[in-house]
Design a protein around this ligand. Structure first.
Ligand SMILES: Cc1ncc(COP(=O)(O)O)c(C=O)c1O
Length: 397
């Protein structure tokens, strides 16, 4: 067997089918509107770009300390204190190549054979695969629109076994955009403390919350829960810096040291230039984020209002991230003379071929019957996409 058992166990994401087709159509010169991406169309803030240019000119182009420069970890510690009321020393913080690596490293450092990792569906596509790569078992709690796509205390209690090691919370959530309230998080924290497992809190969309929603960082709920939490965050989404690859994990020193060990034998430090840019992102002016957020709120409202007036589409109104996750199962078994829609992949494929709008089928997130649309694209693109979707679905009988 050429490919290892470990890699053979993970799947190619079902998003690939639609995304691959969209790329081919674009290459053929077709005007595809891409609502499938997980990144903003905004440029990185100019002061951050300048900081990176200065870092190059100042020859900050060498290896840094494996867990990140002292300057960047100090800037992260200051951010956590200022914005979240959290006290972390720099030994409790590690910088990595995007939040994705922080999550991967955290799971590798904590999970092994027999360990169970609880998370909800719809889930971010990488959680189950990361758990499989660590030889752990995913325990998936299905959530519904009625519960705002959030785990209830009863569901969580039922999912706990003697093997439960980690709960992953994605707050705000990709793909649903839902956000837990303080009260909901407190109820979860009580259960975690009672049953003594750990939490990985993925807060990468922290700053993208709307309607004055107050997002509470999970470890800020109290000292005891902080000792059981690995907080993961980064610059990708909030500072329009997906390509710079800066994420971080903050947590108990013992866990961060384990992650440090793993990272020292894989990628070593994140890019020295991106780290210098990161210092400016955290310490420089923050008004850019407010503008980004206001723009996203306008786009969310626009897309939500349009989708909910379309026959057959039902949509939850999320408080965070930059996705809508409408239910489209009413179109199952509908057809045109060319196709029959059997599932969310068929529906996404139909939108791509008929409307030339790329979306992601819900099955990619463990939630059949839905699709994910990103509104991190221009208003003009959204307007065109809406017209095209409306027309395409009117043809389904
Ligand atoms: C929920 C969630 N967590 C983590 C990440 C990883 O972000 P990055 O590696 O770009 O920092 C993403 C990116 O799509 C995400 O949606």
């Amino acid at each position: 067997m050429l490919i290892s058992k470990r890699i053979s166990k993970i799947n190619v994401s079902p998003t690939m089918k639609v995304a691959g087709e969209a790329k081919e159509m674009l290459a053929r010169g077709e005007s595809v509107i891409d609502l499938s991406v997980g990144e903003t169309d905004f440029p990185t803030p100019p002061n951050v770009k300048e900081a990176a240019k200065r870092a190059i000119d100042n020859n900050q182009t060498r290896y840094t300390l494996n867990p990140g420069t002292v300057e960047l970890r100090n800037a992260i510690a200051a951010k956590l204190k200022r914005e979240n009321g959290l006290d972390y020393s720099i030994k409790e913080i590690i910088v990595s190549n995007g939040a994705k690596q922080s999550l991967y490293n955290a799971i590798q450092s904590l999970v092994y054979v027999d360990d169970e990792v609880i998370f909800s569906s719809p889930y971010w596509v990488s959680y189950p695969e990361m758990v499989t790569l660590a030889h752990g078992q995913s325990v998936i709690i299905p959530t519904t629109e009625e519960n705002g796509f959030k785990i209830t205390p009863e569901q969580l209690k039922k999912a706990i076994t003697p093997y439960t090691k980690i709960l992953i919370l994605c707050n705000p959530s990709n793909p649903t955009g839902s956000c837990y309230t303080r009260k909901e998080l407190e109820e979860i924290a009580d259960i975690v403390l009672q049953h003594k497992f750990y939490v990985i809190s993925d807060e990468i969309y922290e700053k993208l919350v709307y309607d004055n929603f107050k997002l509470v960082s999970f470890p800020s709920l109290g000292n005891e829960i902080k000792k059981r939490t690995i907080l993961v965050n980064g610059l990708s989404k909030s500072y329009a810096m997906t390509g710079w690859r800066i994420g971080y994990a903050a947590g108990p020193e013992e866990i961060i040291s384990a992650i440090n060990k793993l990272q020292s034998h894989s990628t070593s430090n994140a890019s020295s230039i991106s780290q210098a840019a990161g210092v400016e992102a955290f310490n420089g002016p923050q008004d850019y984020i407010e503008n980004l957020k206001n723009e996203f709120q306008t786009r969310r409202d626009y897309l939500y209002n349009e989708l909910t007036t379309m026959d057959g589409i039902n949509c939850y109104k999320p408080q965070g991230a930059f996705y809508l996750f409408p239910k489209i199962s009413t179109f199952f078994n509908k057809k045109t003379d060319k196709i029959l829609i059997k599932n969310s992949t068929d529906f996404a494929m139909y939108l791509l071929q008929e409307a030339k709008v790329a979306t992601v089928p819900g099955s990619a997130f463990g939630a059949e019957g839905y699709i994910r649309l990103s509104y991190a694209t221009s208003k003009e693109n959204l307007q065109q996409a809406v017209e095209r979707i409306r027309e395409a679905i009117s043809k389904l009988k």
